[in-house]
Design a protein around this ligand. Structure first.
Ligand code: NAP
Length: 544
């Protein structure tokens, strides 16, 4: 970076125009009256929903909950068509929000932030983009998404493949024509289980390459009736209130009974009812101890395994699909439509690459230890460098030129998952160490955006120049995040929550597992105490 200071100066720069960046812009510009600019790599708003256009992409949160709550009129005027929102509909919703609040004029598209350095001489962030922009900003705020840095595994020979290949998170806007083609899908996480049934219906032949069988629960997707939507809209205030003060960002309520306190028949009936209802309710509303007690968890896991055996015609295929090496819910719970049924189709094969790994991608397909597969298209549903990957792509430096990437070499560290110590006036919306991906995303994003904008307003009122997390407060928070995770079953799976999917990444549980409700209370207390845990400096004190 150069040292020339004659450049445009803004109050705030925000990175990313997804749910987070859009609402942050609205708060900064329209509520607080600040000058703010969002830089966005895509050519329109949408974030994850802009990039993830793979077949079958939709959100696993119910439509009426996967939206902003900050504006009552917005909540009343938008109408969802399905129980779960499909990717094109979410994108239309976000486009509508952008129009409604005239957000696009504050967003610079097709521009990727490449560097953000805190200039101690100016108490400003100096931000550079791949389009040659250089701006100074008092606040540097990230809305880069938790699952946005796509991961294509390094498999020998990919460059020799003569067919086409795509990662689910960077899907061509014009779509992919699978008709008459032999397709291979690598990966059976959330993206894979959504894409596989749809691709199977379109392709001539589909081969699924599975490393770890996972638990997936039927979505029971369908349309929503006008009566249902009317009822929701009448009760929206109450629904949003419950959502805000819930652990997982839903209004479902927490079950109180233990899976071990009921007899086998009653337990099975409860699981059956939740299985029929579909979606996350199976995890969230059946029993209180599924996520913390291994014996309770085993009852849910065995129920799902019994469903897999019942659904799949070929016992050998069923056996390959049975998840056994991790507890249910310890990886992100998968929600599907006709996933297991897809393996009963004549044009679908399942290949176990745990025992016979992929050795090479060839000109005509791929070769595992046990066989060769001819393919025209390869779909990488292989996931993301979650939580930290998007930060590592930007050269972020704080006081003394400290690089965020180096600070996080042994795992991410930030007070409240929001503010890394040594990086003044930097805030991360749904950063590592916050509830983020363990909650329905819009409420957890709104909580962060509102916390940040209240904090910025407070700084203005008190004529403060910088706010910086104290190293001690950060250390205590990181310990608390680790301690909370250690009391759950999350630690028993090789999940992306733990960075286990990325070779060489430190094994640290990244999101905060204490719940959005507990987290919100903590943030509110900190704010009420004058932003305890932060060093706040006035202009005079930084100049002194
Ligand atoms: P993911 O959950 O990380 O799944 C990646 C899959 O690829 C896993 O089956 C993984 O196997 C496999 N894989 C990774 N590297 C591999 C390699 N080198 N060789 C063979 N297989 C490999 O990724 P995702 O499905 O894209 O989902 C990521 C997250 O995005 C989800 O957890 C969810 O939070 C979010 N998401 C949400 C939705 C939704 O709301 N419906 C949809 C898509 C994604 P292992 O299990 O063995 O690692």
């Amino acid at each position: 970076m150069t040292t020339d200071t004659s450049r445009e100066e803004l109050d705030a720069v925000v990175v990313g125009a997804g749910f987070a960046g859009m609402y942050m812009l609205y708060q900064l510009r329209d509520v607080l009256g600040l000058s703010a600019r969002v830089f966005e790599a895509g050519d329109d708003v949408g974030g994850t929903w802009y990039w993830n256009r793979y077949p079958g992409a939709r959100c696993d949160s119910e439509s009426y909950l996967y939206c902003y709550s900050f504006d009552k009129d917005l909540a009343q005027e938008w109408t969802w068509s399905g129980k779960y929102p499909e990717q094109p509909e979410i994108l239309r919703y976000l486009s509508h929000v952008a129009d409604r609040f005239d957000l696009r004029r504050g967003i610079q598209f097709e521009t990727r932030v490449t560097a953000a350095h805190f200039r101690e001489d100016l108490n400003r962030w100096e931000i550079e983009t791949d389009q040659g922009d250089r701006v100074l900003a008092r606040y540097f705020i990230t809305g880069v998404g938790c699952i946005s840095a796509g991961q294509v595994p390094e498999i020998e020979g990919l460059e020799n493949f003569e067919g086409e290949w795509h990662h689910t998170g960077a899907w061509p806007h014009e779509g992919v024509d699978f008709a008459g083609k032999r397709v291979g899908v690598i990966g059976t996480g959330s993206s894979g289980v959504q894409a596989i049934p749809v691709i199977a219906r379109q392709a001539d032949h589909l081969t699924v390459f599975q490393r770890t069988p996972q638990y997936t629960v039927p979505a029971r997707h369908g349309t929503v009736t006008p009566e249902f939507l009317e009822e929701v809209k009448e009760q929206y205030d109450e629904i949003f209130e419950k959502t805000r003060f819930s652990a997982g960002g839903t209004p479902y309520g927490e079950p109180e009974r233990s899976a071990l306190d009921v007899d086998d028949e009653e337990r099975r009936d409860i699981y059956e009812a939740a299985w029929e209802e579909g979606g996350f309710r199976f995890l969230l509303t059946t029993f209180s101890d599924i996520r913390i007690d291994r014996r309770a968890n085993d009852t849910a896991a065995e129920f799902i395994r019994s469903k897999i055996r019942e659904t799949i015609d070929d016992p050998e295929t069923a056996e390959k699909l049975l998840p056994r090496d991790h507890p249910f819910g310890s990886k992100r719970t998968l929600i599907d439509t006709n996933y297991y049924e897809t393996y009963n189709r004549d044009n679908v094969d399942l290949v176990d690459i745990r025992h016979a790994p992929i050795e090479e991608i060839t000109a005509n397909g791929l070769r595992t230890r046990d066989g060769e597969y001819d393919l025209d298209v390869i779909v990488f549903a292989t996931g993301y460098d979650g939580m930290t990957g998007a930060f590592n792509k930007i050269d972020i430096r704080g006081r003394g030129g400290e690089r965020l990437k180096e600070k996080w070499a042994e795992g991410p560290r930030a007070y409240l998952g929001l503010s890394p110590a040594g990086f003044p006036n930097m805030f991360m919306i749904t950063g590592p160490g916050s509830p983020s991906v363990l909650s329905n995303m819009p409420p957890t994003i709104e909580q962060h955006v509102e916390y940040i904008s209240d904090f910025v307003a407070y700084m203005r009122e008190h004529d403060l120049e910088t706010a910086e997390a104290e190293a001690g407060a950060e250390a205590e928070w990181v310990d608390h995040v680790n301690q909370t995770a250690s009391e759950t079953l999350y630690m028993l799976a090789d999940s992306w929550y733990l960075g286990a999917n990325i070779p060489g990444k430190p094994r640290v549980f990244m999101p905060y597992a204490g719940g959005l409700d507990v987290y919100r209370e903590k943030c509110d207390e900190i704010a009420a105490a004058g932003y305890e845990g932060y060093v706040l400096r006035s202009r005079e004190s930084v100049e002194a």
